[in-house]
Design a protein around this ligand. Structure first.
Ligand code: ATP
Length: 715
């Protein structure tokens, strides 16, 4: 049977043609997959085309598919589809070559070469008369042709690359370059060595000869898989055709592919800045595990998140990549809901702090407990001490508390003071017990004990953990207990720059060892433009971020291959002016046919949404909906949410409003900080929150304030 492949560009081109014609294209594609050699498919050569391997096939009266059929091997690749004239125009200057150094199949647009040749002829004359001035610094002078080809530059484009003087010029020709070449060149231009760049591109060390005519083999190459997918079944094909623009479902970055498909001896940790495809990698990993590792029908895996909205999104997205027969063996839920479910089998009567009412009770419990204190500390000191020392370390007795290390706490206390403080904690705990209230940490801890006693046996063979930075140390202990150590046991993805809750963890303290070769990084941002990414990173620049273990993480080498407009950071004198700007921004998007559900406005608090922005949009007659994590189908309307709520989500247009002094960070939270250490911590978390909100934007970001702007925007 001939080998069939489809290009990402083909799918994109298909989504751009009228719906009525798309049906015909789908029918053709299905026929083509069955047998591309059948007599009813008539391949016609194109005259005046650079690449003689290219053919076209008629679809209906006016559309053409462009097919690559190399002379060697039995390979047919669908590369483009369009109206007859456009298809011819597209194919005219394209050359399809296997890069002799990487083995990847590349599409090279030779138009740029011809344009440059013309320019060169003119320039040569000037150059002759002006030789002195031409001793310029060229961006890639220090690298050999072979090195440039090894990072992915096509042979034909070497002369164009050689001429580049700076990163702006590189950016101007990026659309003519295969992704890996652009990504590699950006890395070299940023000062990374050739070896570091190869590593970031996910290249395997050379071990095989590359045959530049073997297209069948080239289809297996990781660079090729960024843009071409081999079709093995009709199910595969329908999956691709049904969501032609969702590239993440089919085309992975070589680094993602490697992380997803590697068989590991133990837990793996994957770090990566916002938008680097961690969740995508995690979902493909889940698919890989049920398809190729835990293949027995009685074996399940569990996919855990911190927030309910992300669990919901992942549940839906997994449906679109995992075959139905395997899908039921992947359970997606939050750690809290898993723990709750385990514990409820034993104790039905407890309440968790998930309702406003119970939270009020907890507040009351603290007030009562602290009311008898004699040391002069305020309530926030006790709460922080409770969270950061007692609950983080699972302390349950005075004896343990007296011995506990108080890492990261700013206020020194004596042994005697500890004894008095413990009394407050005992009062607090006894209030909770009397009212059957459990903090989430308690639920998780007690659930672990149930599992440890073997009272509940869970069927999971492996766990995948997203939003790893926000899980609590106890959460990891529960996970470790459910999934004992073993090959391919845990796959943990996260980004500590996005830590917006207090839960700092050290994986090894929960018996999870990710050291050695089992720590990976994703560095290419697929979501946000480079302009937005840079602005977001500038907010958190210079702050210390851990790596979920005992090391540090940074944002070195991160990049986006997408370009766009700079974010608009606007300060206004009054709220009315801010609202008027937001209205213009939204109306402009509406005029440009952007669906309202692609717009999101976030603020620091729910109250601002409810009191200011929701009534404002209502008054202006612009549909809006408050984002509900439990409902992914909320209909038309601009999304309104708190910054916390949008973690893990994305929108083409993001508005971050009311970034005023006193609101971000909230004055009442800062005032209550127990000491300077805690204040610094709060500010870092606020910066992370702004970073999270900003990196939800795909194309446009506006950040607005009125009155005095937040100190976070002062830089
Ligand atoms: N290989 C890929 N090809 C195309 N798009 C991709 C790929 N990987 C990820 N994306 C897209 O990039 C965006 C970000 O991906 P994802 O949500 O997995 O990133 P993340 O690292 O988990 O982000 P965050 O931590 O900011 O929530 C999504 O729109 C996703 O579809």
């Amino acid at each position: 049977m001939p080998k069939i492949a489809i290009g990402a560009e083909f799918l994109k081109a298909m989504s751009n043609i009228p719906k009525s014609e798309q049906k015909r294209v789908r029918e053709f594609t299905e026929k083509f997959r069955k047998d591309p050699t059948q007599s009813s498919i008539n391949y016609e050569p194109i005259h005046d085309v650079k690449d003689k391997k290219v053919r076209t096939v008629r679809i209906g009266l006016s559309y053409r598919a462009v097919v690559l059929h190399p002379p060697k091997g039995d390979v047919y690749i669908l590369v483009w589809v369009d109206h007859h004239d456009e298809a011819m125009r597209w194919a005219k200057n394209k050359v399809f070559e296997i890069n002799s150094e990487t083995g990847g199949l590349q599409i090279i647009d030779t138009e740029i070469i011809e344009k440059e040749q013309l320019e060169n002829e003119v320039a040569d004359e000037v150059e002759e008369s002006n030789k002195e001035e031409n001793q310029k610094y060229l961006l890639f002078d220090e690298f050999t042709d072979k090195q440039l080809q090894k990072i992915g530059v096509p042979r034909l484009l070497l002369p164009s690359i050689r001429k580049l003087e700076n990163e702006e010029e590189l950016e101007q020709i990026r659309e003519h370059l295969p992704d890996e070449a652009y990504e590699g060149l950006l890395s070299l231009a940023a000062g990374f060595s050739f070896e570091e760049t190869l590593d970031e591109l996910g290249r395997e060390p050379d071990n095989e000869e590359i045959d530049p005519d073997d297209f069948e083999k080239a289809l297996e190459n990781p660079d090729t898989k960024r843009r071409f997918a081999t079709v093995t079944s009709n199910e595969d094909l329908l999956d691709m055709l049904n969501a032609p623009l969702e590239k993440w479902r089919v085309f992975l970055h070589p680094t993602q592919e490697k992380i997803v498909k590697n068989k590991n001896r133990g837990p793996v940790r994957v770090l990566g800045g916002a938008g680097t495809g961690k969740t995508v990698a995690a979902m493909h990993r889940a698919k890989f595990l049920v398809e190729e590792v835990f293949t027995n029908t009685s074996e399940s895996i569990i996919f855990l998140t911190f927030t309910a909205n992300l669990a919901k999104v992942i549940n839906n997205q997994l449906d679109s990549i995992v075959p139905e027969s395997l899908r039921k063996r992947i359970v997606v839920t939050t750690v809290h809901s898993l723990a709750n479910r385990i514990l409820k089998r034993y104790d039905e009567n407890f309440q968790t702090v998930s309702s406003r009412e119970v939270r009020e009770q907890v507040k009351h419990a603290w007030e009562i407990a602290v009311s008898t204190e004699e040391l002069g500390f305020d309530e926030s000191f006790y709460r922080e001490e409770w969270e950061d020392v007692v609950q983080r370390n699972g302390i349950s007795s005075e004896k343990e508390y007296l011995r506990a290390k108080r890492i990261g706490r700013g206020t020194r206390i004596s042994r005697l003071q500890r004894k008095q403080i413990w009394k407050v904690f005992e009062d607090y705990r006894s209030y909770l017990n009397r009212h059957n209230i459990k903090e989430w940490v308690d639920v998780v801890r007690e659930a672990r004990m149930v599992v440890e006693r073997n009272d509940v046996v869970l069927p999971y063979k492996a766990a995948i953990i997203d939003e790893a930075q926000d899980l609590h140390q106890e959460d990891y202990k529960l996970i470790r207990t459910i999934i004992p150590e073993g090959p391919n046991d845990l796959f943990i993805v996260g980004d500590t720059h996005q830590r917006i809750y207090k839960n700092k963890v050290v994986l090894s303290h929960s018996g999870i060892n990710v050291r050695g070769g089992r720590s990976k990084r994703l560095k290419v941002n697929y979501r946000t433009t480079e302009q937005i990414r840079k602005w977001a990173v500038s907010i958190i620049e210079g702050l210390p971020y851990d790596d979920l273990d005992e090391g540090l993480d940074d944002q070195k080498g991160y990049k986006s291959l997408l370009y766009g407009l700079d974010p608009e950071i606007r300060s206004f004198s009054t709220l009315e002016e801010e609202l008027s700007f937001i209205k213009d921004f939204v109306q402009n998007a509406i005029m440009n046919q952007v669906e309202l559900s692609n717009l999101c406005l976030v603020t620091r608090s729910n109250k601002l949404i409810e009191d200011v922005y929701e009534p404002f949009f209502k008054k202006e007659g612009i549909a809006s909906v408050i984002l509900n994590p439990n409902d992914t189908n909320q209909g038309e309307g601009i999304r309104l949410a708190t910054m916390h709520r949008v973690k893990g989500l994305e929108f083409s247009h993001m508005i971050i409003a009311s970034v005023n002094a006193g609101i971000m960070p909230p004055k009442n939270v800062l005032v209550k900080a127990a000491d300077e250490v805690s204040r610094i911590d709060i500010i870092q978390r606020e910066k992370s929150l702004l970073y999270v909100a900003a990196t939800r934007a795909r194309d446009y970001l506006v950040v607005t304030s009125y009155g005095e702007k937040s100190e976070l925007l002062q830089g």
